[in-house]
Design a binder for this molecule. Sequence first.
Ligand code: ZN
Length: 296
Amino acid sequence: MMKCNLCGSEKQSVFDCVESFGYALIYYQCERCGLVFQSAEQSQAGDPTFYAETYRKIYQNSEMPTPKDLWVQEKRAAHLVMLVRKVLPESPKRLLDIGASTGTLLAAFQKAFGSQGVGVEPGDAYRAHAESRGLAMVGSLEQLFEQKPERFDLVSLIHVMEHLPEPVETLRRIRKELLSPDGLLLVEVPNFYAHDSYELAHLSCFTPHTLKTVLSQAGFDIKGVLRHGKPRSALLNLYITAFARPLPEGSLPPALTPERHVQRKRKMGLFYRRVVQKVLPHRAWLPLPEETGVRD
Ligand SMILES: [Zn+2]
């Protein structure tokens, strides 16, 4: 029986069928909460070995980061440093970046805040690259849980949540075992109402509504949600960035509010995107050092 990645409901209908990197994908919509998702069991991306080996090869035809990838990571890191500075009165002392890739964000945070951090990255080549920069890395979240590390003041998951088979459960565990009680959680995901979102490895397609639902169901108090295009677009709100604080242990999550009219909002969002791309192409997509097919 197939279950919704957000609320666990077993009732869903087919939302869209697409192809990504030669694989046929089916996206379902949960009839209870409104999330658009792929079944983790059906998808290649639900297989734990997928990220260690296959993912980067399929996406970039290489096991090593491309110049385009590094450029996006650096610009994104600068934006996130700026946002965290605005939100936090003082510098976080211990940092954790989950899905750290080559360590660009972790290195930027360490430099900006004068702090020490740990990165989690399952991709072997990316993790090795980060280690070669002198960053402390582990290969999986499971490994980090086992190490029972001292709590972190800032935990970031940047373009990670859309890949997780059980995002609520993962965030709940992060809150209980890794984040300090007065720490800050920082997440960023593609925005389903502006970003293509359909990709082999994207199990969930988040909207501002469903992202907030995931955070609140996992026991977080949402402090801010920002829609923006940085660093890829000056006009399209391709991404959603959210800040949240852990609720005290024992707090009950609020009742789940379903999202309605997702199909209509998606159509309107993509219509706006087509218009903007046509009328203002150089503002819709800012130039990259090296164009590839992937827009993430
Ligand atoms: Zn659901």
